[in-house]
Every structure is written in structure tokens, then in C-alpha cells.
Design a protein around this ligand. Structure first.
Ligand code: 6PG
Length: 259
């Protein structure tokens, strides 16, 4: 894939991935803030990014390089649960990072997934995004960074195979019914992710190997493998992969191991 705006970085394991992704993110924040007042990042959920979040908050060298008061945190997606629920992506990020850094509460743009009406929660989030980016209806926000993971079924954010949100062309955020969980998820849509300056995909573990091979090397099948829909429109995309996740990839693609 190593095209001009899409690169793969292979690291030994999840620990090395956290470190490599953190260093990349700190560098991008620093560069971005040379020419703008604030930095906007959409966090991903799941378990993979937890190590990254803990490092950003806990590693004194990394932590000290980030002007936290100029960073605004959003989420790429959220489960339809309250913020203190163990499944909440906000809860995970709060425990791992946000509660441990000097970020002003106004910089935390949580999805109000406690709202029993998931569509209402999606609408509230759109209003918050439009206000922050000062955009009108029909305009797409340009996040400085979006973090993404990938499930073993090839989903990313809450864009699950065959789910209604996959084809969304107009809305920025949707309440997406996910059949296999029999629940709604609130998720940014593909055009928002693709509009970011920097897309960081973090994929770790041998259980992701088959889906990763299909996404990166298989036929174009974006309904079956929604992660294929993530294609940077004018920014760049970096895949951080640990060695176990790459075991199905073409040996030439795997390239040198980057520790
Ligand atoms: C979520 C994430 C989801 C996640 C993948 C991978 O809400 O869970 O947005 O897309 O990134 O499911 O999850 P793991 O990192 O736990 O493997």
C-alpha cells in the first residue's frame, strides 16, 4: 500500500505499537500547532488504543510535549450506553488518559450516548462538531487526526459490515443499528473520517490477520469490509500493525520490522 499518502508501519507487538503511535501523534500535534491554535482528534474505542492513551498521559517525556489546553478530544464512535458504563469509549479514554492530564473540560466533546434516543444523541454531537469547526450544514469537518481500530470482521469505528451507516453520504454522525449487538452505536460517517489530516489505524493481534489481509490485499468489498472505505481524501493514513496481525499479508508488504 505504501503509496504517497498511505503507509504501513509494522512493529513487534502491542507495546511497541503504543509507543510508535504515541510518538507519531505527538509529532503531528506539534507540527499542526505551528500553524493553528487548536488540535482536534477523534479518539477510537475498543482495547487497542488504551495503551496509547496511557502512554500519552503517563510517559513524562511524551506528556510534556503536548500543550493539552490546545487539544480538543472527540470520539469516532460511541456505544449507546452512559459515560460511566464499562463499555463506554468515553469511559475507557477517561480512565486511561483524560482523568490524568490537564485538559479543560470544555475541550472534551463527549457523545451523549446516555440519551435513550440514539438519533437525538447523534444530532447533539453534530451540533457540537459544527459549532467547534464553525461549519454549516452540508460542510464536512476536517479533524486534525482520527484514530481508528479494526475488528476481526473488518469493521472500523461503528461501521459494521452490512450496517445502514455504511452508505451514508450526507450526515456527519448517525445512530447505526448493529444487528449482531442488537443495539445502536453512534458513529462518525466515512466522509468525516476520510476528510481528516491524519488517519491512524491501529491493528493488533493475530485474530485480526484474516480481515487485515482482506482489507489491504483482497478484492474491493466495502460492505463486507468497511475498513476499506477509509481512504484519505487529502490527508495521510498510517497503519500501525503488530507482527501477529500481519501474518496473512503478502511477505513483500510486510517489509522490515520497525521496532
Ligand atoms: C469500538 C471501536 C471499534 C474498535 C474495533 C477494534 O467502539 O469498539 O470503535 O471500531 O476500534 O472493534 O477493537 P479492539 O481494539 O478492542 O480490538
Amino acid at each position: 500500500m505504501n503509496s504517497k499518502n498511505q503507509k504501513i508501519k509494522i512493529v513487534a507487538d502491542a507495546e511497541a505499537m503504543g509507543r510508535a503511535a504515541a510518538e507519531t501523534l505527538v509529532k503531528h500535534i506539534s507540527e499542526s500547532l505551528q500553524t493553528r491554535d487548536v488540535y482536534s482528534i477523534a479518539l477510537s474505542g475498543g482495547s487497542t488504543p488504551r495503551r496509547l492513551y496511557r502512554l500519552l498521559a503517563g510517559d513524562s517525556e511524551l506528556r510534556g510535549k503536548i500543550p493539552w489546553k490546545r487539544v480538543h478530544f472527540f470520539w469516532g464512535d460511541e456505544r449507546h450506553v452512559p459515560p460511566d458504563h464499562p463499555d463506554s469509549n468515553y469511559h475507557m479514554a477517561f480512565e486511561a488518559m483524560l482523568s490524568r492530564i490537564p485538559v479543560p473540560p470544555a475541550n472534551i466533546h463527549r457523545i451523549h450516548a446516555e440519551d435513550p434516543d440514539a438519533d437525538q444523541a447523534a444530532g447533539d454531537y453534530v451540533r457540537d462538531i459544527r459549532r467547534f469547526f464553525d461549519i454549516a450544514s452540508g460542510e464536512i469537518p476536517r479533524f486534525n487526526c482520527v484514530l481508528l481500530g479494526m475488528g476481526s470482521d473488518g469493521h472500523t469505528a461503528s461501521l459494521f459490515p452490512g450496517s445502514p451507516a455504511l452508505g451514508e453520504q450526507k450526515r456527519l454522525v448517525v445512530a447505526n443499528w448493529v444487528e449482531k449487538f442488537q443495539s445502536y452505536r453512534i458513529t462518525l460517517t466515512v466522509s468525516v473520517f476520510n476528510n481528516a489530516d491524519l488517519i491512524l489505524f491501529l491493528v493488533s493481534g493475530k485474530q485480526k490477520a484474516d480481515a487485515l489481509q482482506a482489507v489491504l490485499e483482497g478484492d474491493w468489498a466495502p460492505d463486507r469490509y468497511p475498513a476499506q472505505r477509509i481512504q484519505p481524501k487529502h490527508g495521510s493514513m498510517l497503519w500501525f500493525l503488530d507482527r501477529p496481525a500481519t501474518k496473512r499479508l503478502d511477505v513483500n508488504r510486510r517489509g522490515p520490522q520497525l521496532d
